[in-house]
Structure formats: C-alpha cells, structure tokens
Design a protein around this ligand. Structure first.
Ligand SMILES: Nc1nc2c(c(=O)[nH]1)N[C@H]1C(S)=C(S)[C@@H](COP(=O)(O)O)O[C@H]1N2
Ligand SMILES: [Mo]
Length: 224
C-alpha cells in the first residue's frame, strides 16, 4: 500500500479512529493536506499521541508473516513468529510516555514480554553488553546497554491499551522504555542484535543523547 495515495477515509481507517475520528477530523485533515505528500509526521490522532515516522510511509507488517530475527553475539540466533513471542511470559504495565519535544501520554497500558525472557531463548555471549533494535522502517534503529534493557519497566510490546498494537504505533512489536524519551522506543522492530557496545541510533546521529533519560538528557536535536 502506498500511503502517499491514501485518502482521508483510508487514513482514518489506518489509525483505527472510526467515528471518534470525526472529532479529530480537522487535525487529520490538516495532516493529510500538509504532510502526507512529503513525510508522515507529527499528527494528533487521540489522547495526545503524535505518530512519528522518518519516512513517507507506515510499515504494513502482516502478523502472520511477521518474523523477528535475533542474532549478533548469541549462541543460538533464531527467528520468532508473533505466536512464538506471545508464548513468552506475558507482562502488563501502565506507564507514561515522553517525547523529547515535550508531549506526554499518561497511563498507557502495554502488554508484551521482558527482554530477559527473549534473551534466555538465544543465550547471549558473555561479552555482549548492548542490544540493538532495528525497525522495518529503513534507517531507524536504536540501542540500549543490556543493563538498561533489563530495567523493570522495559518491555517489547505487542498490545497497547487493551488491543493489538496499532499499526501507526509500531505493529506488531515495539520497544517500550518509559524512563527514556520516545525516540528510544523503536517501532516496527524486525531485528534485534546483541553487540559489544551500544551504537548511535537514528536520532543520536542527529544530535540527541544515547542515554535519553527523561528529564536528564540533552534534548538537543531538531525534532525527534
Ligand atoms: N521506526 C520508528 N520508531 C520510532 C520513531 C520513528 O520515527 N520511527 N519515532 C520515535 C519517536 S521520536 C517517538 S516520540 C515515538 C512516538 O511514538 P508513536 O509514533 O507511537 O506516537 O516513536 C519513536 N519510535
Ligand atoms: Mo519523539
């Protein structure tokens, strides 16, 4: 599907807004008129969220054909189907989401699994100290130290607010690390690599801190 060509109805459908979307119609209309031809960015669909992409389309990943590849410094590299991932111990949490540009969404309900439970399946090497999350969106990735990835409220989410993770929010799998700004929360993850040290992600190459702690990092980029 070419998202440059979708009309307003298609776009509302994409967001899953339905009739509630009429209330937000003006924002969506503004967005469609203003941004779609060039780049999908910064819209206000519901509840304070802005949908961000770095490209001009929203990845459209079939849950059935989806595969997550986990490799790098591990004994047993492998790919996981969505059902494989859902078989990992399910966790749920409610946390606040902060974009470095200042918007916040309180009390987001997430469900998914802890990174430790995924890594137990692939056996990281002793020398692996970092983990990189690669998006299906070309060019977008980010990484964490393993210590950061093991924080108690970090998860890989396949559900949000009681339903499947919506496509604009990163379906079928996104990273959630509430203690760091939104740009670390990679959407549409299709590959995970264990590394000797963290690498600079997309927004870090554009001036933001690698350690994007909410309230403590530089916030010095253009528009993450
Ligand atoms: N693949 C991908 N992931 C991404 C981004 C992006 O542009 N592409 N933007 C990041 C930024 S800056 C923020 S604030 C959040 C926004 O999440 P949302 O689009 O679900 O609102 O996604 C993050 N993850
Ligand atoms: Mo952001």
């Amino acid at each position: 599907m070419n998202d440059r060509l979708i009309g307003r109805a298609g776009f509302l459908g994409l967001l899953g807004v339905g009739t509630a979307g009429l209330f937000y119609g003006r924002n969506v209309q503004d967005f469609v008129g203003r941004v779609v031809p060039k780049q999908l960015q910064a819209i206000v669909p519901t509840d304070g969220w802005r949908i961000y992409t770095i490209g001009d389309s929203v990845p459209n990943i079939s849950p059935v054909s989806y595969r997550l590849a986990v490799g790098g410094m591990v004994d047993g590299p492998r790919t996981f189907t969505l059902d494989d991932l859902k078989a990992l111990k399910r966790v749920e949490q409610i946390s606040t989401f902060h974009c470095v540009t200042g918007w916040i969404v309180n009390n987001v309900h997430w469900a998914g699994f802890r990174i430790k439970d995924l890594l137990d399946e692939v056996k990281p090497h002793a020398g692996a100290t970092a983990i990189r999350f690669v998006s299906a969106e070309p060019g977008y990735d980010d990484s964490l130290t393993l210590d950061q990835a093991m924080l108690g409220d970090v998860l890989l989410a396949y559900e949000m607010d009681g339903g499947p993770l919506p496509r604009p929010h990163g379906a079928p799998l996104r990273l959630v690390i509430p203690d760091m700004y939104g740009y670390k929360n990679v959407k549409w993850i299709t590959r995970i690599e264990l590394l000797p040290k963290p690498t600079a992600g997309y927004w870090e190459q554009h001036g933001y801190d690698v350690n994007a702690w909410v309230g403590r990092s530089n916030g010095n980029g253009p528009s993450a």
